[in-house]
Ligand binder design. Structure first.
Ligand code: 1HN
Length: 349
């Protein structure tokens, strides 16, 4: 028996009058709870492998469009909640919030800004846009649009079909830090300049001859056509590469696109099975294109297009492309930037 297996004293072992006196003075003995907060070798995780089917949730989201006008919702969202945390906590993992948002033709979700960082991954529909910090970003299937901490953002829709996107926020973490709040604003004035055009080629960025752009987030929209082309080019260029994956980065600094959560797109070659190592951050998988089997911690999910699932940290994940003749494309969000900044990041292989 190693030291960490030694049973420690229980609360019940202490006399009641002693416990009562501790409580009266807002004191708690550590040892009955020590193993709970510091378990041996592997952390306790509330995050359960969980799957959300787009086909099943879509009718409920459309029904929300009938039941609740946008004025009564501000953001019409069904939250993808992890039962391991309790649905009311509205979290997919310790740091990740996920929601499916519906905007109907002609609707407008008013401008606000807040402390949590967000991104949108566009799931379905054409004609919607998000204006972030004055930059109008068109929304098409697979586009990733950032709304980083503190930047004004609003959504509108000039098309004729419902538009749905997946919101990914670090809300659970920022809320836990007691740092989550929002401010409402006026309709934004559109400003010229489009980061997705200025930074359309990764290796060549604008030269600030007359001073820097001064923007902490120079690129707000990452079009899927470009991300997909990058993956296909990478796969073709490196036929032996197992993990054909790109990271969404800030093109000025090469850092992760946002501070807390990381965003990636992964291409599975036709019929490919890929084992991702056990790493400390929790992850979310959203299928953009194709058909994929996700295995994690005794669970197995079959993702059709637009389906989403999550995996706790410290577990290996196996992804299999179910299509023998076509690649599949997955959007991944994880907690890596957070774990790295805090110094707790681990890759256990
Ligand atoms: C938010 O601001 C949006 O702007 C979506 O579309 C989901 C969830 C929690 C807090 C703020 C949006 C959100 C959110």
């Amino acid at each position: 028996m190693t030291d960490s297996d030694q049973p420690l004293g229980r609360l019940e072992d202490l006399p009641q009058d002693y416990r009562d006196e501790l409580t009266k003075q807002n004191l708690v003995p550590l040892w009955p709870s020590l193993r709970g907060v510091l378990p041996p070798k592997v952390p306790t995780r509330q995050t359960k492998p969980t799957f959300w089917s787009y086909q099943s949730l879509k009718p409920l989201l459309l029904q929300a469009g009938e039941l609740t006008p946008i004025e009564k919702a501000e953001r019409r969202v069904l939250v993808l909640a992890n039962p391991g945390h309790g649905l009311e906590k509205m979290q997919a993992s310790a740091a990740i919030y996920l929601g499916m948002q519906l905007l109907l033709p002609g609707e407008w979700a008013p401008s606000h800004r807040h402390t949590p960082n967000a991104v949108r991954m566009v799931v379905e529909g054409e004609g919607a846009w998000t204006t972030v910090d004055g930059e109008k970003c068109p929304m098409s299937r697979g586009d990733l649009i950032l709304t980083p901490t503190g930047l004004w953002h609003e959504h509108g829709h000039d098309g004729d079909q419902p538009v749905v996107w997946l919101d990914v926020l670090d809300l659970p973490l920022v809320y836990y830090m007691e740092a989550s709040y929002h401010i409402n604003g006026e309709r934004q004035t559109q400003v010229p300049g489009r980061g997705d055009r200025a930074y359309a080629r990764g290796g060549v960025v604008p030269t600030p001859v007359f001073g820097r752009s001064g923007k902490r987030y120079p690129m707000l929209r990452y079009p899927w056509v470009d991300a997909r082309a990058a993956l296909e080019a990478l796969a073709e260029d490196q036929p032996d590469l197992d993990a054909v994956q790109i990271t969404y980065v800030n093109p000025e600094t090469g850092d992760d696109a946002e501070n807390i959560l990381g965003f990636y797109a992964l291409m599975l070659r036709p019929g490919q099975t890929l084992r991702l190592p056990a790493r400390s951050p929790a992850q979310v998988f959203h299928l953009i294109e194709g058909g994929v089997e996700v295995q994690v911690f005794g669970s197995s999910f079959t993702l059709a297009e637009a389906d989403t699932c999550c995996a706790p940290g410290y577990e290996a994940v196996t992804l299999s492309n179910r299509l023998p003749d076509r690649p599949s494309f997955i959007f991944i969000a994880d907690e890596s930037p957070l774990h790295r900044k805090l110094g707790v990041y681990e890759n256990r292989g």
